[in-house]
Structures are given as structure tokens and as C-alpha cells.
Design a protein around this ligand. Structure first.
Ligand code: NZQ
Ligand code: ZN
Length: 331
């Protein structure tokens, strides 16, 4: 087991109807910038729940943050936030909105061009306080301090980390999953799956307790995927498992004491930067090839994955790995 430090300060508020509890987390009169995307929250009722919960606060809205949040859009939000002298930001959306908000929250406190800290040329400043309402389980951004920012003008997409930029709280209401299109559920499942494998399918000899947690996340996704992919009749328990799996997949927990390998993600970010593909789609394209190239280095762990996640243990080594890989083919 590798040595490690772990700290995660995010307050998680989980359950149906919990958006209302935001009213108790922010002092009356707080000037809140509410960030969101292209309008799904207005159609599924989440916008109303959030504005009701913020009725004692002053709301400055910044909508229109796109999937794979763009530097130019976020710079406009920073400019608005500075001129309005906001106290707090509330991100309402998926990973793109939450990541964009992390950039805004740090950028507001930065005198230079915030791209400098995305490009790794400057230290990321302490962020303005912010919270999140998660509407799409996938990235884990609601409980981590990372963000991925795109810059379409230069075809770039890079992650940055800000240990002084965790959300103060995140509200996780699984009923948000009910309105997700099948494409976004598929993206969320594959993203969570690959976050887990990037921290699990690395080297043999990881802490057993971490192996069991990671295998638990993967097996949960395999169990619920066929049911939640279908639009229209999703069950609360499945949506709750999906949301919890996504958050646990990338909140730092699975990384304790283990080796990590984020190659699939790094290649995927380049595909999005160059071709505009959804993040989850890039992972689905790249993962099997990465495992093929790394097959010998990862052999022991791939055999463990086949046995513990898919129940495959009979046959020659390559045959077992091939069968396990085949199970993750698109349906
Ligand atoms: O914009 P709206 O209209 O809200 O629609 C969104 C968007 O079009 C829609 N959506 C979200 N919640 C919905 C909903 N539609 C109906 N009902 C709901 N409840 O879904 C679309 C995609 O949203 P987006 O936020 O882009 O998706 P996702 O959560 O997959 O985020 C992807 C971004 O996160 C980054 C990715 O690179 C990408 O930029 N990641 C962030 C990570 C992190 N911070 O730790 C790690 C990840 O590996 C990932 O790289
Ligand atoms: Zn991801």
C-alpha cells in the first residue's frame, strides 16, 4: 500500500427534495451567482427548486455554460461576478457547470489571465466559496477539487486541481436523473466506470480494501446500467446508486494507497479538444485500445478484474482478458 494523505471537506446532502435545504446553508442577503447550462433545469423543475431555496438571497444568474465549458464563456462570468461583487456561487448542473464554476471561483480572485493556472503556468488561487446542485452523475466534480476547461479558439482542453477550491456543499438529489436523456446516462455510466478503472486497473498488490470498493462500484454500474439507460421509468433506488457510485468514483476515496493511470482520460481530452466529442464518448472509444497496449503491464490486474467483476476465471490468460474486454462492448 502506498503512503497517502486524504482530506475531503465537501458536505454532501443526499436525497429527494434536499435542494430546499440550501436555504439553511446561506445567510439571508448573500449575493449568489447561480451558474447553469442550456436550460434543462428550467424544464425539469430544478431551477424553481433552487430559486425557491435562494428566496432570501440576491440571485445573479449566469446561464448558457456549454458542455465542455469554454474559457471565453467563463471569462464573461468572471467579469459579471467581479462587477456584481458576488459573495458565493451556486453551480446547478453536471460536470461542465461545476468545473466552469471552479474556474470562475478561482478566476474571480486572480488578477492575471486565469488560463495561466489552467495551463500550469501559475498557482491556482484560493477560490470564492461555492456550492453545487448536481444534475448529472458522472464526473465526481461535486466532491473533488479538479476541473477540466476547454478553449475552443485554440482547440485545447486541460485539467487543473485546486486544493483550495473544493465545493463547500453539494446537493445530490437522485430524482435529477429522471430527466436525463439516454445519451447522458450512458456518458455518466462510462465516465464513472473509467474513473474507477483508472484507479484500479493499474498494478497488482493494491490495498485489498480499495480493490473491493472499486470492484463494488464497477459491479453496481453493471447491475443498474440496463435499467437506468431506458428513458421514462427509472427507479429511485437505481438513480440513487448511480449518483452515489459517480460521486464515490472520483472524490479521492478510491485513490487512497493505490497506483493510478489516467492515460485513457488524457487521450480522451485531446479527442474532445480536436473533435468536440462528449467526454464519456471519448472514454468509450479509447479505453479498450489503452488496455490492449498495456495488456502485459496490467496483466495481473486485468485477470483480477475479469474474475472479480465479471466472474470469468476459466481459460488461458489472454482468453480470460479478451472475454472480460468483450463484456464492455457497446450494446
Ligand atoms: O446544458 P443543459 O441544458 O443543462 O443540459 C446538459 C448538457 O447538455 C444535460 N443535463 C445535465 N443534467 C441534466 C441534463 N439534461 C436533462 N436532465 C438533467 N438532469 O447534459 C448535458 C451534458 O452536461 P455536462 O455537464 O457537460 O456533462 P458531464 O457531467 O458529463 O460533464 C462533462 C465535463 O466534465 C469534465 C469533462 O471533461 C467535461 O468537460 N470532467 C470533469 C472531471 C472533474 N471535475 O473531476 C472529471 C471527469 O473525468 C471529466 O473530465
Ligand atoms: Zn472522466
Amino acid at each position: 500500500m502506498n503512503s497517502f494523505q486524504f482530506q475531503n471537506p465537501v458536505k454532501i446532502i443526499f436525497g429527494e427534495g434536499k435542494i430546499a435545504s440550501i436555504s439553511r446553508l446561506l445567510a439571508p442577503g448573500t449575493k449568489v451567482m447561480m451558474t447553469y447550462g442550456g436550460g434543462s433545469i428550467k424544464r425539469n423543475g430544478i431551477y424553481k427548486q433552487v430559486t425557491d431555496a435562494l428566496s432570501q438571497c440576491t440571485i445573479i444568474e449566469f446561464g448558457g455554460i456549454e458542455a465542455n465549458p469554454d474559457y471565453d464563456t467563463l471569462m464573461r462570468a468572471i467579469s459579471l461576478g467581479k462587477s456584481e461583487k458576488i459573495d458565493f456561487i451556486l453551480a446547478v448542473g453536471g460536470g461542465s457547470i461545476i468545473d466552469g464554476t471552479k474556474f470562475i471561483a478561482a478566476g474571480i480572485n486572480y488578477d492575471g489571465d486565469p488560463w495561466e493556472f489552467v495551463a500550469g503556468k501559475a498557482k491556482v488561487p484560493a477560490a470564492l466559496p461555492f456550492g453545487t446542485v448536481l444534475t448529472l452523475p458522472a464526473t465526481g466534480s461535486e466532491m473533488n477539487c479538479g476541473a477540466v476547461i476547454s478553449r475552443r479558439a485554440t482547440q485545447e482542453k486541460y485539467p487543473f486541481n485546486n486544493p483550495e477550491g473544493f465545493p463547500q456543499f453539494s446537493v445530490l438529489d437522485p430524482t435529477a436523473v429522471y430527466s436525463l436523456p439516454q445519451r447522458q446516462v450512458a456518458n455518466g455510466i462510462i465516465d464513472t466506470f473509467i474513473h474507477t478503472t483508472e484507479q484500479y486497473l493499474t498494478t497488482a498488490g493494491s490495498p485489498k480494501v480499495m480493490d473491493r470498493f472499486a470492484e463494488g462500484v464497477l459491479r453496481t454500474l453493471i447491475d443498474i446500467a440496463p435499467r437506468i439507460l431506458a428513458e421514462g421509468d427509472r427507479k429511485y433506488a437505481d438513480c440513487a446508486d448511480f449518483m452515489m457510485a459517480a460521486t464515490m468514483g472520483l472524490n479521492g476515496f478510491l485513490a487512497m494507497g493505490v497506483d493510478e493511470d489516467w492515460a485513457t482520460h488524457m487521450i480522451g481530452h485531446e479527442l474532445t479538444a480536436l473533435h468536440g466529442l462528449d467526454h464519456g464518448v471519448t472514454l468509450a472509444i479509447v479505453w479498450e485500445g489503452t488496455m490492449h497496449v498495456m495488456r502485459r503491464e496490467k496483466e495481473a490486474k486485468l485477470l483480477q478484474y475479469a474474475r472479480e467483476v465479471w466472474g470469468i476465471s476459466c481459460g488461458e490468460t489472454d482468453e480470460i482478458i479478451d472475454k472480460a474486454m468483450h463484456h464492455l462492448q457497446p450494446i
